[in-house]
Structure formats: C-alpha cells, structure tokens
Design a protein around this ligand. Structure first.
Ligand code: RUQ
Ligand code: CUA
Length: 645
C-alpha cells in the first residue's frame, strides 16, 4: 500500500502511521512509548533494524572467541541473540563436555594435555571459519589457545569440538587460527619467544636460543581433522610475532605476520634484576624503536622444503630453520610502524593493512611492490638472523592518519572501503585504502579491540553489518560489580548513509578478542545424529547388563522418559562401562545423564551415543537421573546404581 520504501525515515513514518491506525485498539501508541521511554526517531530506526520477532531468524551468525572462558560464543545478527556457547578448552556440563564420556574426555584431557599436564581452560582469541576459494563454506570453525599453544577444530555439523592439537614447540602463541584460502592449512604463530625444547635456558641466551615460530597445521577436510604427522613449523627470530593472515588471490601461497619487540628487550624490570642492560619495564623497552617487522613467509616453498625432508625434528616435530627458509627465498621482513597489532589482507589480496598501536597512521602495503623487490633481490639490509629486509617506503602504497591506537581492519563490499578500530580514540574509522583518505568516524563504547564485518575477511565481504568488540563497557549496562561484561556494538554500515550504532550486547563470558560473521544460510547443522555412526550404539530391545569378571558393561537406551535398564547393581570395585544411546528422532529431544557422586554428566542429543567409564569404588546407593526437562514425566526419568559391598 505504500509502494517502495525509499529511505529509513520513510520506514519510521510508516511504522508511526501503522501504529496510529491501531492506536484505537492498542492501549499504548508508538508515540506514547517513545515519549515515556525517551526514545528518538534514530532509536526507533535502530530498533526496527534489529528487532527480530519470535520465530524469525537472523541473517548472519557470529562466532566469537570466548577469551579466558576457553569457549566460543555463537550469536545471531542483527538480533544479537546468543545462540550457543561451544565448549572447547574448558569443561562444560550442559553440553556434557569433560564430565565422564569417552569422547569429550579424550579431547579435553588427552589431546588437550601438554607435557603430561591436564589443562582445563584456554585463552581463546581468534576463530577462523573454513574457506573454499577464499569464501566461508560453513563446514568448520577453528580457534586457538594463546596461553597454552593449542588449536581446536569445531565441526559445524554439530557445533561441537572434535579435536585439539597441542603445539609441540611453542610456549605461547597469538597469531592463530588463520586458514589458507582452501583450508589446506591452519596457521598458528607464536608470540612470547621461548626455547623450542623444554629445558631451562637462561635469559642471557635469549638472542641465541629463544625463538619465534609459525606452525602450519595440515587440515584434512575429508577426515575433519588436523593431521599432526603432516604438519610442520618454520623457525622465526625471537621477536614477538603477532596477528597473522594468509594471502589470497594474487598473494595466495604467502603468509604474513607482524611483530613487536623487534628490540628483543627482555627481563629489565624489578629489583634485583642486575643481570640485564637497564631497568625499563618490558612495555617501555619493547617499544623503544620506531619500527618493528612485518614477516613474509612463502608457505608454498615451506611445504616443498617439508616434503623434501629439509627440517630438523624438535620434540618430535619437524621445524624448518630460518637458514633454510632464507636460502630458499621464503622469508622476508619489512619494517612496519611501532608495535603494530594486526596485518589484514584486502579482498583482492594485493593490499595489506598494518596498524601501529603507537602510531596514528595505518600503513597500506602493496603486495605487487613487495614482490618486485623480492624478485629483484633488492634488500635494504639483513636482521641479526640474516633475514633479508625489504624497504618500507618502497613497499608502501601509502599511509593514512586515522586516529589514536589503530588496531584491526575489516573490509567492505565496496571497493577500497575498510573499517579500522581505534582503541585509544574509542572509535571506528571508515576509510578508503586505495585513495588513502579518512571518510568518517563513529564513536563506540569503549576501547574497541577487534571489529568484524559481515564476511569481512573473505574475498567478497558483504558490507551491511559491523560489530565493535569493545574491551570496556564502563557505564553502558547496569552495574554488576567491578567486573563489567564486554560490550559488542552492532553498527549499520550499509552504503548510502553514515554509520549508525544499532545495538549494545553485553557478553559476560571471558574477553572476546576476535569474531567472524558468516551468512546464516551457509551453515547446515544436523538435526540429529545417525545412530549407526556410533560403534557403541545400543539398539532398542538390545539393552542389557553384561558381567565379565569385575568388568560390568551396561548397554542402555534413553527415550521419553525412561532409561532402560533403570536399576543397575554392581559390586564394589567393579569397573563399569556404560553405553547410552538416545533413541529420540524428535528435534531437540536431548536427555541428560548424571550420577550422584561420580562427577558424571552427559548430554545425549537425539541419536547420540556416549560411553562413560568409572570404578565403582564406593559402596552405597547412587541415584541417576536426566538433567534436561524432556517431557511432563521428566522427573520420573531416573534410576539407581546400587553398589554392593
Ligand atoms: S587480539 S590481544 Cu587483537 Cu588476540 Cu586481543
Ligand atoms: Cu530425559 Cu528429562
């Protein structure tokens, strides 16, 4: 009846008229609500752009790191409704992750352990989605652990963690996870340099024996697994390598990482530390030079060197030395402004954006110019490890002054347009990296770290939405003690009008660092598991208890709302192996399984089988029950484990 809606004000106008039409039947009119709640027309527009009525679905899905929670947070855009926490490095009982079943216990406690130590948390930083031809394909998500260098695989058919690999040589990392344009490799770069071996090396031998590295984890899409035996690392100088990105299109085959502390400043601060040159704290000593180094690593050459066996094994893991990389023209450095924090490749693969945290400029490097210098072997010098250095001025497309504390960049669907977070300014800049000019800035609240645009690191970003991942919320939400939630702010970046802030979403679960945003219709999760996928599955009618010596195997099924069998009697000291299959076909009919005292809690999703193992080491009566309110008779879904003396 209104024809084509031409602009947003028209839309608000229409909403207002429509609400006026119904004012007679509605006790409250839109105008009244606006007045009593103090809402402006802009607020109403923001509400209309994000409000998602019950039953309507989101256009995009965000996978956000969960910071210190060791998880991944999934939410919808534009509604900003949280959809899932995926447990990765940290046990999580609702998903039955790390509470007794074979599969998750193996991932979290076996695969996830390092040097024999079980680690039950992670500092997740950067999720990456699997790509096909530099486009998100919706199959897998990968995430790193900065604190205990590890990378995890999340299968997006089930939105659950299926693998953790521990880095065999690093003691800290940051530049992960990043994928190559067809997900052949998942890349992990170290951050705090350390010896590759696990022995004691004094800091006085820092320059000689401490090292950085980049690990190339080989990923098999078919198996849905990282193949550790086909993975290798490249040795790097002991600078603090930072965020990384892999080339695409014209720069495919290269991997980039930037760094700070190319000063190699260590161990300066604190009383009694007389061994070291001076007594500046790390933060000062590590940022005394004006430039650090952007690293260029030729992945294709590194793969060849690995296949030719040109590596040394350290802790059983193949490491290609800097010397070998240099001799094969596969490792270069380019100066970059002071203590940068990110290197981001544009959709065409030609331009690399680097932001110096302590510089107001963002530098745009031109891959073509870099390659010209490499091909002509035109080096400006060598670093102390003999790595060739390319000229910064000859590699640059140009620099733009955007504001204080530039950190990360995301790209728009419109050619040349990028968005950069300004940490110190608490703002996001929209700018043109081809014409090298600032277009506009929008204030955010407060201190933005990363930002994510819709499909913003693919070869064809969507524009439309941008989210500022803010470090501080301060006064944005109701006070809940000295520790506030993080604030994710949704911004409308569709072409044709200035950026508009739409929504503040509190995230009270760890400090998310980075996030990725994918078109929702690319995700094809399962409705239910196929029972036959599980080798321990229990078929209906085949429920039983089998005793062999002191080993008791229980074959159980679950369906609304009972376990079968419901009474299990064992002797004290018996080894119990308990297989449970959820026979449900109905969507979302999950059953739980918890036993008193044994620290067991399973989540059996439709069609899923889990196996729990424990020693019945205490005699007595142990009720078990279903922890999901699955039907009107859910409370009756219970049984007894009886342990005889
Ligand atoms: S990030 S240090 Cu920009 Cu991993 Cu947060
Ligand atoms: Cu099954 Cu409650």
């Amino acid at each position: 009846m209104f024809g084509k809606i031409r602009n947003s004000f028209q839309l608000v106008f229409i909403i207002m008229i429509a609400s006026g039409l119904f004012a007679s039947v509605n006790a409250q009119s839109l105008e009244e609500i606006m007045k009593t709640r103090g809402l402006s027309q802009t607020d109403m527009l923001a509400a209309a752009k994000t409000y998602t009525p019950s039953g309507k679905l989101d256009e995009y899905v965000v996978f956000s790191s969960g910071g210190q929670s060791g998880q991944v947070i999934v939410y919808g855009v534009p509604s900003m409704r949280i959809l899932k926490y995926i447990s990765v490095f940290t046990p999580e009982p609702w998903q039955g992750y790390g509470y007794g079943d074979d599969e998750s216990m193996d991932i979290i406690y076996k695969q996830g352990s390092i040097r024999g130590k079980e680690i039950t948390w992670g500092d997740t930083h950067h999720p990456a989605l699997s790509e096909t031809a530099a486009e998100y394909d919706g199959q897998y998500c990968f995430i790193n652990d900065k604190a205990n260098p590890r990378v995890a695989v999340i299968d997006l058919k089930t939105f659950s963690t299926t693998q953790i690999v521990a880095n065999p040589i690093m003691k800290n990392e940051h530049g992960a996870a990043f994928v190559t344009p067809n997900t052949e490799y998942i890349i992990e770069a170290s951050q705090i340099p350390a010896p590759f071996t696990n022995d004691y090396v004094p800091l006085t031998e820092f320059n000689e024996k401490y090292r950085g590295a980049m690990t190339m984890w080989k990923f098999s899409r078919k198996k849905g697994k990282i193949l550790e035996e086909n993975s290798f690392s490249v040795e790097l100088p002991p600078y603090c390598q930072d965020l990384s990105d892999s080339g695409k299109n014209m720069s495919e085959g290269w991997v980039f990482t930037n760094s700070f502390n190319s000063e190699r400043y260590i161990g300066g601060f604190g009383p009694g530390n007389t061994k070291f040159r001076d007594r500046l704290p790390h933060e000062a000593g590590m940022s005394s030079k004006d430039t650090d180094y952007l690293h260029m690593i030729h992945l294709d050459t590194a793969i060849k060197l690995f296949e030719q066996g040109k590596y040394k094994k350290i802790n059983g893991h193949p490491v290609i030395s800097m010397e070998t990389m240099i001799a094969n023209n596969a490792l270069f450095l380019i100066p970059e402004p002071k203590s940068p924090h990110g290197v981001m490749i544009n959709p065409s693969g030609q331009y690399l954006t680097v932001s110096g945290k302590l510089d107001t400029h963002v530098s745009v490097y031109d891959f073509k110019k870099m390659m010209k210098l490499i091909n002509a072997k035109e080096y400006e010098g060598r670093d102390p490890y003999n790595v060739p250095i390319l000229s910064m001025t000859k590699s640059l497309h140009g620099q733009v002054e955007l504001g204080l504390g530039p950190l990360h960049t995301q790209y728009d669907s419109e050619k040349g347009i990028a968005y950069t977070s300004l940490y110190v300014d608490s703002a996001i800049a929209r700018w043109d990296y081809l014409k090298l000019k600032l277009i506009e800035k929008i204030p955010i609240h407060y201190n933005v770290g990363h930002l994510v645009a819709a499909e913003g690191d693919t070869a064809t970003p969507d524009g439309k939405y941008l989210i500022a991942l803010n470090k501080l919320a301060i006064d944005r939400f109701t006070q809940v003690g000295p520790l506030h939630p993080q604030n994710h702010q949704l911004i409308d970046i569709s072409a044709g009008h200035p950026m508009q802030l739409l929504y503040d979403m509190p995230l009270p679960l760890g400090e998310p660092h980075y996030a990725v945003m994918i078109k929702a219709d690319k995700l094809k999760p399962l409705i239910r598991y196929k029972q036959k996928w599980f080798k321990n599955r229990v078929k209906p009618g085949r429920e039983r208890i089998v005793r062999e010596g002191n080993k008791v195997t229980v074959h159980s099924t679950l369906i609304r709302s009972h376990y079968s069998p419901e009474i299990i009697e064992v002797n004290k000291g018996d080894e119990v192996v308990w297989h449970l299959t959820n026979l449900e076909r109905a969507q979302d009919e999950t059953h739980g399984f918890s036993i008193y005292l044994y620290n067991i809690n399973g989540s059996l999703e439709p069609g899923e089988t889990s196996t729990f193992r424990f020693t019945a080491d205490q005699e007595g009566v142990f009720p078990f029950y279903c922890t999901e309110f699955c039907s009107a008779l859910h409370l009756e879904m219970m049984g007894y484990l009886l342990v005889k003396p």
